[in-house]
Design a protein around this ligand. Sequence first.
Ligand SMILES: Nc1ncnc2c1ncn2[C@@H]1O[C@H](COP(=O)(O)OP(=O)(O)OP(=O)(O)O)[C@@H](O)[C@H]1O
Ligand SMILES: [Mg+2]
Length: 398
Amino acid sequence: MSTKRKNPFTPGYGQFPPYLAGREAEQNIISEQVEALADGDQNVNDITIVGPRGAGKTVLLQWAAQAASKKRSLFSAKRTPEVVRVSPHALTRKKDIPRLFLRPKDFDIDAIETGPRGLRVKWLASGNSLTGSFPRLVKRSKRRPLILLLDEAHYLAPKLCGFLLQIVQTVRQEGGLLLLILSGTPGLYEVLSRARATFHERGKKISLGLLGPEAAADAIRIPMAREEISINEGSLRRIVADSQCYPYFLQAWGEALWVEASKRALTTLDDGLVNNAAEEVNTIRQGMYENRRSQWQGGDRRFLVEIAKEVKARNSFGPEALENVVGNTLARQQRSEDETGAMIEKLVATDFLWKPWSSRHFIPGIPSLVSYVIEADEGSGKHFEGVREPLMAGGLGW
Ligand SMILES: Nc1ncnc2c1ncn2[C@@H]1O[C@H](COP(=O)(O)OP(=O)(O)OP(=O)(O)O)[C@@H](O)[C@H]1O
Ligand SMILES: [Mg+2]
């Protein structure tokens, strides 16, 4: 293998992987709504994507943006949806909302000043109020459908989120063509419920968790095959089990394997090479786990370790069982059981546990983090190798 070729794998945040594995069902949900919108359907369902960090939410949003622009050939130019990406950080006050939709031609000149570099124009958004911009938004989205992509939506203030959802709904009632796709960590459930929006009851919901083992294998095998690198089946199974089918770890594995293969100019990957790559992957994983663990200090850390032991013993919890376990653990540690709700929120906010939409059960965001928390507490975490949880047919042992 030539050492000059660029490593195709993309461990990181929001970087599109060389092969988007195992998200066909989710892609279909998005395509259906995008196509309906481009067809002029005013009754599209908004979409919410929720999953732990590193599950692939941003990547799926990027895919949605690509899917929307591909519709170009199917529909007249007028109907090609326009994609607007919104950052929750640019959306902190109600009056920020019109800016999402305004364009330069919607601005009036406020003043022209002479500065050191010549003339400077100060612009004033004409009708820069919600009532002023609303009819324009309706008109514009009738002319050309609009897709709003809002990543990291768990950072939105609930009130503002509710308000945005209301606007989207009203634009549609007025005949506008608008589709909203929100994505965020499981903390987004809380934002939506505080926003008191019926939106998430009616919209399409996508829960992004770990990949299935076959898809996880594809995430490595397919990009390697494109570069004419083969990998023996046993080694691939080992990698899949070690990755826990977590998309971020799969990219870390791919990158490390590529580096090792480049060093030795190999085109077939075997167990020896996998052993070397494993060291790099362990370092990355340990850094990430330490980062998660450091969000829990002092008494909270002791609480987390106890909860990790319970999770390891039981695998998943219904809401009542989780409340009991959390309440009892707090009581054993001479803490108030009134903290139960807040501690469950923290377990979710730090990705330790989460609950997919369709499930009544809380499960670990990344199974091996549970083992890490226990082993790090016992002092053996330094040598943590990640693979503790069984991989079962059709999904992880959890
Ligand atoms: N389906 C997939 N197949 C292969 N790799 C994937 C897949 N989805 C995501 N990845 C990879 O996983 C990593 C994390 O993806 P992404 O940044 O989209 O996650 P995220 O859920 O948005 O995380 P965060 O909550 O931290 O923003 C990236 O390296 C990305 O390339
Ligand atoms: Mg993201």
